[in-house]
Design a protein around this ligand. Structure first.
Ligand SMILES: *Cc1c(COP(=O)(O)O)cnc(C)c1O
Length: 405
């Protein structure tokens, strides 16, 4: 039986997998020790649990367990990477390269660094959402100390050519950071093959708990050093002090282990459902546009613009489905998504877009329901739209002389 509301916003967050919750529970109660307590079994048990989580993560991303720093999530990992590199390598140079479609946890951090005197280049993206490697190469200067490009985009799901970026960074001796919050656990990641030096990830995007994540920090070729944002205790090789959140770290480890064994199957299943939803919507409606590269994207993601429909009205008509629209209520005004705008999507189409985020617990029944409801809602709104009617009658809207009232 279909249960309402339907959750289709998995890029925003995911529920904790029951298997993950199960492994976490003892670490809240009987196994409550501090992983830094070296004198008794409570501490040793906690330390062992954290060590196991490190193994599970290292396995998933093909790194050494010593290269993982636990944080509160990808926002903190991004801050630690950018500010940590900026602080540590300032004498070497003051130039950072990133892209216009990065997450706010990158863009707001680089904005702060600009105020502190750093120069930041924001690479544009093509209509498919991908950066251009020649443009990246041309942006590099002798002052460049860091390149930060995400693995998969949280709005449109496109997957950047990370291995190629890593190769370019290596050749130039520049540190490469990758925000992989939407990539780790969803697509295969190998930090050596991808030439990644720093990589952010988060538990709550992959069926782990909120408020925990990690940062991969390369220890060899090169040995990356970061200036810490917090002082005290010297945990996590001095890069991130503070008593470790053992239950959450156990959850993150287990979430990674499950992703590793199930990723391949899950991706096949999700791609099939996503394609079914996409075909359903695109075959029954005209004037709808897929946002982002049609192939180089996550199996979990579908982002579509619906012409002649107001995004907010569409969302209102779909209250029993949890979705994200291409409008961000960041301020008092409704801004169209900066990611879609960067692809060259017009303001109207950006406002009229929906992001469908599929995940582990999405069912075929939900896919059918969502497809049907979206088609109905769009048709209903278009019936009330004089613009859509005019367009259907073949009137070129750009040529219309609007009278002012
Ligand atoms: C969710 C997300 C973040 C922020 O992660 P938190 O763990 O919630 O701080 C950063 N980058 C991307 C691409 C994300 O999707």
């Amino acid at each position: 039986m279909l249960k309402l509301p339907v959750y289709m916003d998995y890029h925003s967050t995911t529920p904790v997998d029951p298997r993950v919750l199960e492994t976490m529970l003892p670490y809240f109660s009987e196994k409550f020790g501090n992983a830094a307590s070296k004198n008794h079994s409570f501490g040793w048990n906690a330390e062992d649990a954290v060590a196991k989580a490190r193994e599970q993560i290292a396995q998933l991303i093909s790194c050494n367990t010593k290269e993982i720093v636990f944080t509160s999530g990808a926002t903190e990992s991004n801050n630690l990477s950018l500010k940590g590199v900026a602080g540590m390598y300032r004498e070497k140079g003051n130039h950072i390269i990133t892209a216009v479609t990065e997450h706010k946890a990158i863009l707001d951090t680089t904005k702060r660094l600009e105020k502190e005197g750093f120069e930041v280049t924001y690479l544009p993206v093509g209509a498919d959402g991908l950066i251009d490697l020649e443009t990246l190469k041309a942006a590099i200067t002798p002052q460049t100390i860091l390149i930060s490009i995400m693995l998969a985009n949280n709005e449109i799901g496109v997957i950047q050519p990370v291995a190629e970026i890593g190769k370019i960074a290596k050749e130039k001796g520049i540190i490469f950071h990758c925000d992989a919050a939407q990539g780790v656990g969803k697509i295969p990641v190998n930090v050596d093959e991808m030439g990644i030096d720093l990589m952010s990830f988060s538990a709550h995007k992959i069926y782990g708990p909120k408020g925990v994540g990690g940062l991969y920090v390369r220890r060899k070729k090169p040995r990356v050093r970061l200036s810490a944002m917090m002082d005290g205790g010297g945990h996590e090789r001095g890069m991130r002090s503070g008593t470790l959140n053992v239950p959450s770290i156990v959850g993150l480890g287990e979430a990674c282990a499950i992703c590793e064994t199930e990723m391949e199957q899950e991706n096949l299943r999700l791609a099939e459902m996503r394609n079914k939803l996409q075909n359903h919507i695109m075959s029954e409606l005209d004037e709808v546009y897929l946002n982002g590269h049609p192939e180089k994207r996550l199996a979990q993601n579908l982002n579509i613009s619906f012409a002649y429909v107001e995004g907010e009205s569409l969302m209102m008509g779909l209250k029993e489905i949890a979705l994200s629209s291409g409008s961000a209520c960041t301020t008092a005004t409704l801004e169209p998504s900066y990611v879609l705008r960067a692809l060259g999507v017009g303001s109207d189409l950006a406002h009229s877009s929906l992001r469908f985020g599929l995940g582990r617990f999405t069912t075929h029944e939900e896919i059918d329901y969502v497809g049907k409801r979206v088609v109905e809602a769009v048709n209903r709104l278009r019936e009330m739209s004089p613009l859509y009617e005019m367009a259907k009658e073949g009137i070129d809207l750009k040529s219309v002389q609007w009278t002012e009232h």
